[in-house]
Write a protein that binds this ligand. Structure first.
Ligand SMILES: [Zn+2]
Length: 264
């Protein structure tokens, strides 16, 4: 791979909400800032059908941006069967790299887990039908998510912003799912997560900001930014006591492989 022969660091943000209203005014500047920090690829997962068009437009206007379309459990009160039909049409029309983000969230005000499961299972079905990886959000629901994943041996994807146990991590890995790590890992109090990260092999994980959400220890207040992926990668390198170059190269390659993307 070309990246192996280069000393230049390239970072791939596997999960970032570039369509968020906080980024709308100055997206070109934010991406330019990120590029100065060696961040050059971005996957933008959708949240509701209302976000699909904006995300598609961003991928057309900015180099290095890839779209995923899906229905996020946080907005479960909004999703309808018609939205699932729109999702399917969008998958056919825009040929995205993944379905997401989808999943289960037990922390929202009115979880309505039955409805969440219905939409999660419907998106798993679409992932199998379209042969696409899933970008999964699992907040206090990792066991429930793993139970669904285990039903489908050919399913693949990522558990984004992973927050489970080492045992859960191993089950996910056995079932073709990588783990996504972001700003949370930069907090010293995240000891459990850090020890899991140390146990993993280099091909088990990818990195993300989830910006503008999930700010790490590197900012006292405000938003998480695209350029912050560099600090996250440095933090991971120091936790694992490996060179930043190695973390960058491995996570970049892992992301490309999972989402079937071409080399730089
Ligand atoms: Zn997200």
């Amino acid at each position: 791979m070309s990246i192996n022969n280069s000393n230049k660091i390239h970072l791939f943000d596997s999960h970032i909400h570039l369509d968020d209203h906080n980024f709308r005014e100055n997206l070109p500047e934010l991406l330019a800032d990120a590029r100065t920090q060696n961040v050059c690829r971005w996957i933008i997962p959708a949240t509701t059908v209302q976000t699909f068009k904006d995300i598609h437009t961003i991928t057309e206007q900015h180099d290095g941006c890839y779209a995923a379309y899906g229905l996020h459990p946080y907005f479960i009160h909004m999703h309808t069967d018609e939205d699932l039909a729109i999702l399917k049409t969008t998958l056919m029309q825009y040929d995205p790299i993944a379905i997401g983000e989808c999943g289960l969230d037990a922390m929202i005000a009115e979880p309505n887990m039955e409805k969440q499961l219905y939409f999660f299972q419907a998106q798993i079905k679409l992932a199998l039908e379209f042969d696409l990886p899933l970008i999964i959000h699992a907040r206090k629901t990792v066991d429930l998510v793993l139970k669904e994943i285990r039903k489908h041996p050919t399913l693949r994807g990522v558990l984004h912003s992973f927050s489970g146990s080492l045992q859960q991590a191993e089950i996910a890995l056995q079932h073709n799912f990588l783990l996504g790590f972001g700003g949370t890992i930069t907090f010293e109090r995240a000891q459990k997560l850090r020890s899991i990260l140390k146990h993993l092999s280099l091909d088990n994980f990818i990195i993300e900001t989830d910006a503008p959400f999930q700010r790490g220890a590197y900012r006292d207040n405000g938003l998480n930014y695209p350029e912050d992926l560099f600090t996250i990668a440095k933090s991971i390198a120091s936790i694992r006591q490996e060179p930043l170059e190695l973390i960058a190269q491995a996570t970049f390659a892992n992301t490309q492989k999972l989402f079937k993307l071409k080399d730089l």
